[in-house]
Design a protein around this ligand. Structure first.
Ligand code: OGA
Ligand code: NI
Length: 341
């Protein structure tokens, strides 16, 4: 448990050696420009056809967009960040229960990304748990902070509703049969609270490495402190916080199902001189889901499949290794054209 950086940060006046990246991997001191071009989409203010069009375009061009006027109240957006932060401020005796994960509850703290295997640690702790259906999981969640279950219970349900509405629009936009994403492919939902403590020298560390999210769709409540960067045309751009917005991004499985039409963009997180807490909701396939380019989107002559068929559990195994080794997480599943014939 001493591995959690938030347990040490009060006494950290300089960055510990084991968190310092070699110069070529550090964010460094150069200023990363804000990405003003990531689309900002008004969820409730557009005609449904226009909304679908904007979501599809953003998902193809960037794989990222910010969603405003989305129907989740400002109060709930704020409360999740407040209560999420409180989790990291709990007394040790309350935190302890969540260090060793029982096989079933799967609810707990995690330091960095892959603390035991990675060479350099990331400036990030997380607290995570499954959250769908809420009633199956809520009794494993913390009873302290006192509002945790109530706030995260409501939030999980609202975010899921919004996530599924976005997926329905994408389903239509791709021309897939209605409800394509509604069952196995979106059966699970994971909540991750990321906590990036204030860092004495953000130029030396990373909050999260360059990665793409491995599931279907991400909805991020990033609060008011910046730190998220997206890679666009080989350049890092900062995704600046907008009041009350969700940052939504396409995940790897959606890139594959759309046969590469939608993009799962690489992103990373840098630390800051002030602490930052974010709440991330992932819509996930069930572990036994078969993932492949949707049959109706491919045909051997003019639009051959770019990816093999596999189960989601296979992917999760290779994904961890690829991330650790800094390899392309999708390479293993790509069909190289010369092999296909
Ligand atoms: C993630 C992620 C971004 C952030 O958890 O996969 O990219 O700003 N988080 O916390
Ligand atoms: Ni991510």
């Amino acid at each position: 448990m001493e591995k959690l950086i938030s347990n040490r940060c009060n006494i950290v006046e300089s960055v510990p050696e084991s968190y310092i990246f070699p110069p070529e991997r550090r964010p460094g001191k150069q200023v990363v420009p804000p990405c003003n071009t990531i689309p900002v989409i008004d969820f409730q203010g557009l005609h449904p056809m226009e909304l679908q069009h904007q979501i599809m375009k953003a998902s193809q061009d960037y794989g990222f967009f910010q969603l405003i006027n989305h129907g989740v109240s400002l109060e709930l957006m704020k409360d999740t960040l407040i209560v999420g932060k409180e989790v990291f401020e709990l007394p040790e005796k309350d935190k302890e229960k969540f260090y060793s994960k029982g096989p079933k509850q799967n609810c707990g703290f995690k330091a960095s990304v892959d603390y035991t295997n990675e060479k350099v640690h990331y400036w990030r702790d997380n607290f995570h748990h499954p959250c769908h259906p809420v009633e199956d999981h809520i009794h494993h969640w913390p009873s302290n902070p006192p509002r945790y279950r109530e706030v995260f219970g409501r939030y999980s349900i609202e975010v899921r509703k919004l996530g599924l509405q976005i997926l329905d629009l994408i389903c239509e936009g791709l021309g897939l049969e209605s409800g394509y994403f509604r069952e196995g492919l979106s059966q699970n939902q994971l909540m991750i609270i990321n906590h990036y403590p204030a860092c004495p020298d953000p130029s030396l560390v990373l909050g999260l490495p360059k990665h793409g999210d491995p599931f279907l769709l991400t909805l991020l409540n990033q609060g008011e402190v910046s730190g998220l960067q997206v890679l666009k045309d080989q350049q890092w751009l900062s995704v600046e916080p907008l009041p009350n917005a969700f940052v939504v991004n396409i995940n790897h499985m959606l890139q594959i199902i759309s046969n590469g039409k939608l993009k799962s963009a690489d992103h990373r997180v840098v630390a800051s001189s002030v602490e930052r807490t974010t709440v991330v909701s992932f819509i996930q396939p069930s572990i036994d889901s078969c993932i492949e380019p949707a049959k109706s989107l491919v045909n051997e002559s003019s639009n051959p499949p770019l990816y093999k068929s596999f189960t989601f559990s296979d992917f999760m195994t290779t994904h961890t290794t690829a991330l650790r080794e800094g390899k392309d997480e999708l390479e293993h599943y790509m069909i190289i054209p010369s092999q296909a014939s």
